[in-house]
Design a protein around this ligand. Structure first.
Ligand SMILES: *Cc1c(COP(=O)(O)O)cnc(C)c1O
Length: 465
């Protein structure tokens, strides 16, 4: 019979070639234009539409990867990828990912893979300490913050609606978040049957932080109308400007009103780990749940979203259901992850985070994040001093929002020109009704020189406009 999988020597040869490729790619990543120049459909058209009948030589697959796939890649791991939020797959993270693929375990139950479950508990406990959260928080890993937040709001709904599990949702539940909250909050409300009309987007102050007085007023008004306020989601590091909602004030209101308080620190949680930024999560110890994405600003490859919950019993209430073929031992130390989430199975995501946390350690991670914040502030000062540009929002973390004084069209053109040049990749947003360009600094390979190169490109096109 013909050989099934690659032989050990095949794997050594092709795997070695792929790893060599990875090393060379990361070594020379600055030579690539950050974003691809192509029109929609170009990649799909370059590949055969018929599915392969017989296998192809691995060498030719790797060659096509370079020739056809790579030119369509937006290089998220490039040090001058400043769009959305800048992320990185660091060396330790890449190796953790590789080993996890080789093991191919499924962490659904403790016995389905003790290592995956127990390491997840261990790294979440470490990350909890880095974030300064108390030991009551149970931590687990989801793929994305959107899924973490969906689980949080689902648990909040189960807590507010005791008949939910058996009878389905009852009407009248209302959720509160700020007008600058991530869309995943509203999406969760849509998916969970709460409805967008029952999401109150609370107004913000001049620094884009949720106003507690407006939150209180909205809750009061909803109670008067016979509604049932059940959950508030605050944000530490909003997507638009990285503003930090007053977590402690919101927590006081949530405690008094009996609301579940979920904190979306998907991006900002990393900044909040720094000693000088501890204020950002003040009050979080009493919150019900929190999400922080190591795949954002903690140098871990996508996907890895850390979800902490102080009331894991409500996750079980919302999501546990054990068919006989999954029955397992009852032991307080044998955690069955499937009991705390919608998905049955999961990848060994803890492994890459373990590699990152161990290889870098808290001090080095903080030093890198601190540099990013420092460079963002430097850049904001340069932009602020430029005659044609202005900074659009306070720089709290490592995101700089700016615009061209000539208006939206000029800002748009400027951003497009920078992106077309291939030097850097920026993204846009609308803030207070006006278009802004965003520069996020967060890649582990980014240097001060990279930020200056990006700034030089921005300046050149701003002067030309
Ligand atoms: C990025 C981000 C999200 C969504 O993250 P995913 O992991 O892509 O779902 C949610 N909230 C905030 C504040 C974010 O920055």
């Amino acid at each position: 019979m013909e050989q099934q999988d690659w032989s050990p020597s095949d794997l050594r040869r092709h795997g070695g070639a792929a790893l060599d490729w990875v090393v060379r790619y990361l070594e020379t990543i600055r030579d690539f234009p950050v974003a691809p120049k192509m029109s929609p459909g170009a990649l799909a058209d370059a590949l055969p539409q018929e599915a392969p009948l017989d296998g192809d030589a691995p060498e030719s697959v790797l060659a096509d990867f370079e020739k056809i796939i790579l030119p369509a890649v937006n290089h998220w791991n490039h040090p001058r990828f400043h769009a959305y939020f800048s992320v990185s797959a660091s060396g330790p993270g890449i190796i953790g990912e590789l080993l996890s693929a080789a093991l191919n375990v499924n962490g659904m139950l403790w016995m389905s893979c003790p290592a995956a479950v127990e390491l997840e508990m261990v790294v979440m406990n470490w990350l909890r300490q880095w974030l300064g959260l108390p030991p009551e928080f149970f931590g687990m890993i989801h793929d994305t913050a959107s899924v973490s937040t969906l689980h949080a709001i689902g648990a909040a709904r189960a807590a507010a609606d005791p008949g939910l599990r058996e009878n389905g949702a009852s009407p009248g539940l209302v959720l509160y978040t700020s007008e600058h909250a991530h869309s995943s909050v509203e999406k969760s409300a849509m998916a969970l049957g709460i409805g967008r009309k029952n999401v109150r987007k609370i107004g913000v102050d001049a620094a884009y932080r949720m106003r507690p007085d407006l939150l209180e007023a909205a809750i009061r008004e909803d109670r008067r109308a016979g509604k049932r306020p059940f959950c508030v989601v605050s944000t530490v590091g909003t997507t638009s400007v990285t503003s930090v909602d007053p977590v402690a004030d919101i927590q006081r209101i949530a405690s008094r009103e009996g609301l579940w308080h979920h904190i979306d620190a998907a991006y900002g949680g990393a900044a909040a780990m720094l000693e000088e930024n501890r204020w950002m999560l003040e009050g979080a110890a009493q919150a019900d749940s929190l999400v922080m994405n190591p795949h954002k600003w903690l140098f871990t490859p996508i996907d890895c979203s850390a979800f902490f919950c102080r009331r894991p019993e409500m996750l079980r209430e919302a999501y546990s259901l054990t068919p006989p073929y999954l029955a397992s031992q009852e032991d307080p130390r044998a955690v069955h992850l499937m009991d705390y989430r919608i998905a049955l199975g999961s990848r060994f995501r803890a492994l890459k985070l373990w590699f990152v946390m161990r290889c870098f350690g808290y001090r080095r991670v903080c030093a890198i994040i601190r540099q990013h914040i420092g460079w963002a502030k430097e850049l904001a000062a340069e932009i602020g001093a430029h005659p044609r540009l202005e900074v659009a929002a306070p720089v709290v973390m490592s995101l700089v929002c700016f615009r061209h004084k000539a208006g939206d069209e000029a800002t748009r053109r400027l951003m497009q020109q920078v992106n077309d040049s291939g030097t850097a990749f920026l993204s846009g947003n609308v803030l207070d009704g006006r278009f802004v360009a965003r520069i996020a600094i967060g890649n582990i390979k980014t240097t001060r020189e990279d930020v200056q190169t990006t700034w030089a490109a921005v300046k050149r096109f701003a002067d030309e406009l």
